[in-house]
Design a protein around this ligand. Structure first.
Ligand SMILES: C[S@@+](CC[C@H](N)C(=O)[O-])C[C@H]1O[C@@H](n2cnc3c(N)ncnc32)[C@H](O)[C@@H]1O
Length: 340
């Protein structure tokens, strides 16, 4: 049963955990924060854990907790899954939502014996807390694309009159549709489709919840390859694909398959350094005509203004076209296609 379905139950208990950048488990294994959150999900997902919410922890509070030596600046940028942006942040506050007090206490006991995290008390979710938890995943409208809805809302995925509805439960992955970078990608995907661009085969690298691969498949894509380096979210991608009735058209992998072949649309919403590292692979995956000119499209996001020039230059040189650029808030998106 997907996590969000469990989150719909009426009684909730929450456990707050402040997590350093790396944590050592009782068996001596050291995990970075990202891996630790994946481990929590894997360890307690079938033991009453219904949701994980990542929040902020105040710098002074972190120092008072003894988690960092002194108050320091902690980046307050907000992303639904902020691990990718806030690499330098010392401490992250994570709230774990459990279906019963017993499940929460059992998890607290396990987590207390790990080094690198500070476990708070088990508390009854405030009245309406489950609704609050859900409210963080309210429907997102992207005018050019359509709507991203929480998986627990009623309704069917589909595209009507060029507007698409998809249903997503992010689980432990990034990608509810609320982040600017995701919305920019969805709008760019719609722009490509609306101008008659082919969605025959789609590659989504850095898939998170699977939102972009699923959006492309529901928009009419024949096959979407979702590539996500974090195996902890692969199950969420599959569940989301099934929820949107495109499971047979969405494949999931941890790396770009070596025989991935050419794609009509390549999307990657990842930080600039990773996009630069992957430039050869991503550009090599874009479909071309026999003369070598691209006939497919590449959409890149996860870029701050300062990142744009070097990413644009790296990809323009390989793809042979000048990108169209869009932005939302602080975030930018580049769409490379013949004809702009
Ligand atoms: C910002 S999230 C984007 C999620 C989703 N595609 C969206 O647009 O909302 C970036 C994702 O890329 C993944 N990632 C980072 N480096 C990667 C790599 N080299 N290959 C595949 N996935 C990667 C991260 O684990 C994370 O889930």
């Amino acid at each position: 049963m997907p996590a969000a379905d469990r989150a719909g139950d009426s009684e909730w208990w929450c456990l707050t955990v402040d997590v350093l950048q790396s944590v050592t488990l009782p068996d001596g294994t050291t995990l970075d924060r990202d891996e630790f959150l994946g481990w929590i999900w894997a360890r307690f997902g079938d033991a009453g854990l219904g949701g994980i919410a990542e929040g902020e922890v105040d710098a002074a509070e972190a120092a008072a907790l003894g988690l960092v030596p002194s108050p320091r600046v902690i980046d307050a940028a907000a992303a639904p899954r902020d691990r990718d942006w806030l690499i330098d942040r010392g401490v992250a506050r994570v709230t774990l939502w459990f279906q019963s007090a017993a499940a929460a206490r059992e998890a607290a006991a396990v987590l207390e014996s790990a080094a690198g995290c500070s476990v708070g008390i088990v508390d009854r979710g405030a009245a309406g807390a489950a609704d609050e938890w859900r409210a963080g995943f309210s429907p997102i409208g992207v005018p050019e694309f359509g709507t991203v809805r929480p998986a627990w809302e009623p309704g069917e995925a589909g595209t009507v009159a060029g507007r698409t509805a998809i249903y997503i439960d992010p689980g432990a992955g990034f990608g509810t549709g609320s982040h600017e970078t995701t919305r920019l990608c969805l709008a760019a995907l719609a722009a490509w489709a609306d101008r008659g661009g082919c969605l025959g085969r789609v590659l989504d690298v850095g898939s998170g919840s699977g939102i972009l691969a699923i959006a492309a498949a529901v928009r009419g894509g024949a096959r979407a390859d979702a590539v996500e380096i974090d195996p902890a979210v692969h199950e969420a991608i599959r569940a989301n694909a099934a929820r949107n009735a495109v499971a047979s058209r969405v494949s999931v992998a941890a790396a770009i398959p070596t025989a991935a072949g050419l794609h009509d649309l390549v999307m990657a919403n990842i930080v600039a350094e990773v996009l630069l590292d992957l430039a050869d692979d991503l550009c090599g995956a874009v479909r071309r005509d026999p003369a070598g000119s691209i006939t497919g499209c590449a959409i890149l996001s996860g870029l701050l203004a300062a990142d744009v020039p070097r990413v644009r230059a790296a990809y323009a040189a390989r793809l042979g076209v000048t990108p169209a650029e869009t932005s939302l808030g602080d975030w930018h998106c580049l769409r490379f296609a013949a004809g702009g």
